[in-house]
Design a protein around this ligand. Structure first.
Ligand SMILES: Nc1ncnc2c1ncn2[C@@H]1O[C@H](COP(=O)(O)OP(=O)(O)OP(=O)(O)O)[C@@H](O)[C@H]1O
Length: 608
């Protein structure tokens, strides 16, 4: 089977640098639109709308309380400091009110920001689950063109960045905007002409943001794309470590990683440079400009005693306008990163899932299979299966043989509904395969792939694979797969941990566990994709024994390079360039002089 073969695609594959798909942009900066990102936020936060509205409402109250402070201060100056009226009670009342307003505002803001942090966490949790479920529901063709590491990065890093987006948008942007609005309203109330002078300078900050965005958006997006690529490279090398080391490719992979890492650092430095040279100095200048303008505005008037309180209040409000604006702009680069991530997550969520029209009334009975004039191609110009017509009676054992690339695994992939055929159809017990409801379909089919994979968990978890299968049935399946003896001899028997960080078992043993896993669901149809390719003769004999016991009860289709595995099959189907070229029992096919099967058997005998 080719490295990117049909059935193998459901496990992480080592994608060599030169064949890496460039879907999703890879190193090129990706297009992103804030509207897309906001739509994603709104969608993920939809169930929390009430909490969010309440939180925002309270933030407005907090901003209003904060805005009262300078007005009270102005009153304090005008009524007590300037006229030197130091009557204790009204002064204490004013100071007390100032403190109370400030404290209440701080407490309110703290409580609301905490509430919003919780909303953000929950929304991101939901989003991540949604993205993962969506990826799992993708047709296999989607995985053919995606890079495992990049998908991982979408699900973990990008959804994390969406969390950032919540923090930036909800906490910094909204909160700061509310504070600015509160200050402007209070200024207007005190002196609307002066407020207009301050307001006129606010667009200058938008100009600074725009300039900064232009200078930094390229590097920001590049840095992000490179980070995803670094993750992808890491995941790929972990998945293909054995191959990587045996091929002596460690050095090459390390230098590829190093150059991507350097490029990412450069992009980050460019971004920081734009920040240091443009953003901070420009904002400081804006602050000075505002203060000078307001003082100049006051200079134009007669500076009476009453105006000193007003000047104090205005200077206090300017700080309340400028500081939040600085806050907003300082977060800008993170915001951009988060926007890019959010639009990538949204693009992923928009990948269409396989459309299927299931008929809930369909059930699988005996497990008879019929391939009717099947035509299939991964790429339109390269047909893989051509007009394949084949009947497989229920309960029979069918072996599939043929040269490499003849389309054997593809046939199984179509039966597994990984891809829809372009022409023809597949019938199970006379019913169209694509109309079987998912549950019925998954219950009816069991698969033993060429390279079984173990999940991190106990032997029992590995056989169950998340299905509600009672212990007795797990054990019965292990017995049927001839795996019980070695499994019960493990240190903790069926509770022994396998997979990542667990016990190491041999390839043959993994294969038997995979067979037990397939049998545990009591399938009507069992598919074996070169299940005996990498195991020793003793294990092969055990698998043969297990298959013999299934005869008449389960329809078995086995692809085998090792032809001894299918020698006893009721019929052996030989594919040649996607066409059915020979068909019959081992003996019948051996009788075809110069036949493909005969040659394959002879070749294998020679090899052995
Ligand atoms: N996911 C895929 N995308 C594109 N082409 C593919 C894909 N999987 C297989 N092919 C191509 O389809 C053809 C048939 O491949 P398939 O894996 O079905 O052959 P096979 O008979 O199972 O080969 P092998 O014995 O080596 O496993 C090959 O030319 C292969 O390159």
């Amino acid at each position: 089977m080719p490295a990117n073969g049909a059935i193998n695609n459901w496990r992480p594959a080592l994608t060599p640098p030169e064949t890496a798909s460039v879907k999703d942009g890879k190193t090129q900066p990706e297009s992103h639109s804030p509207r897309e990102a906001l739509a994603l936020l709104a969608q993920a936060a939809a169930p929390e709308r009430r909490g969010l509205t309440k939180g925002l409402g309270w933030l407005v109250v907090a901003a209003a309380l904060e805005a009262i402070g300078p007005i009270l201060g102005k009153h304090f100056i005008d009524a007590h400091v300037l006229p030197r009226d130091f009557s204790l009670a009204p002064m204490a009342l004013l100071l007390g009110a100032m403190l109370l307003a400030g404290w209440t505002a701080s407490l309110l803001r703290y409580a609301q920001l905490r509430r919003m942090a919780a909303v953000a966490q929950r929304s991101v949790l939901r989003l991540r689950e949604q993205v993962y479920a969506h990826v799992l529901a993708q047709p296999m063709a989607f995985f053919d063109r995606s890079i495992t590491g990049q998908l991982l990065s979408r699900i973990t890093n990008d959804t994390d960045a969406v969390n950032n987006l919540y923090r930036q948008v909800l906490f910094v942007m909204l909160d700061s905007s509310i504070v600015v609005a509160g200050a402007l309203v209070a200024m207007a109330w005190l002196d609307w002409r002066l407020m207009l002078i301050v307001l006129a300078l606010v667009p200058a900050s938008s100009g600074i943001i725009w300039l900064y965005q232009r200078a930094s958006s390229g590097p920001v997006q590049k840095a992000r794309a490179l980070r995803a690529e670094l993750n992808a490279q890491m995941a790929e090398s972990m998945a293909g470590m054995a191959m990587l080391q045996s091929a002596g490719a460690a050095q090459r992979f390390a230098s590829r990683y190093e150059s991507a890492n350097r490029a990412q650092l450069q992009a980050r430095v460019q971004e920081l440079r734009a920040n240091a040279w443009l953003l901070r100095p420009a904002l400081d200048l804006l602050n000075v400009l505002l203060i000078v303008t307001v003082i100049y505005g006051f200079g134009q008037r007669e500076l009476s005693g009453m105006e000193v309180g007003l000047l104090y209040a205005f200077l206090a409000y300017i700080a309340r306008v400028v500081e939040p604006l600085i806050q907003i702009t300082m977060q800008f680069s993170q915001l951009q990163q988060a926007l890019v991530a959010a639009s990538r997550v949204r693009a992923l969520l928009r990948e269409p899932s396989e459309p299927r029209s299931h008929r809930p009334d369909l059930v699988v009975g005996a497990g008879a299979i019929r391939f009717e004039h099947l035509n299939f191609a991964y790429k339109p110009e390269q047909p893989v299966l051509r007009d394949l017509d084949l009947d497989i009676p229920a309960g029979s054992f069918v072996g599939i043989a043929g040269h490499t690339g003849s389309g054997k695994s593809t046939l199984l992939a179509l039966l597994l509904r990984f891809y829809p055929p372009q022409q023809g159809r597949i019938l199970i017990d006379g019913q169209p395969l694509d109309q079987l409801p998912d549950e019925t379909f998954h219950e009816a089919l069991g698969l033993v792939p060429q390279e079984p994979y173990l999940i991190a968990g106990s032997v029992r978890d590995n056989i169950r694979m998340g299905r509600a299968i009672p212990d007795a049935q797990v054990e019965a399946a292990a017995r049927a797969a001839r795996a019980h003896d070695f499994l019960s001899a493990l240190p903790q028997g069926y509770d022994s941990r396998l997979g990542d960080g667990g016990l190491a078992v041999s390839t043959g043993q993994k294969q038997l566990i995979a067979l037990a896993r397939a049998l545990a669901g009591n399938p009507r149809i069992l598919l074996l994709d070169e299940a005996t390719a990498n195991i020793d003769s003793a294990t092969e004999a055990q698998v043969g024994e297990a298959l013999r016991a299934l005869r008449g009860r389960v329809t078995v289709i086995a692809i085998a390079h090792r032809l001894s595995t299918i020698r006893e099959a009721d019929q052996i189907v030989v594919l040649n360039h996607g066409r059915l070229s020979e068909r019959g029992t081992h003996e019948a096919l051996m009788a075809i002089d110069g036949g493909i099967y005969q040659r394959l058997v002879q070749l294998q005998a020679l090899e052995e």
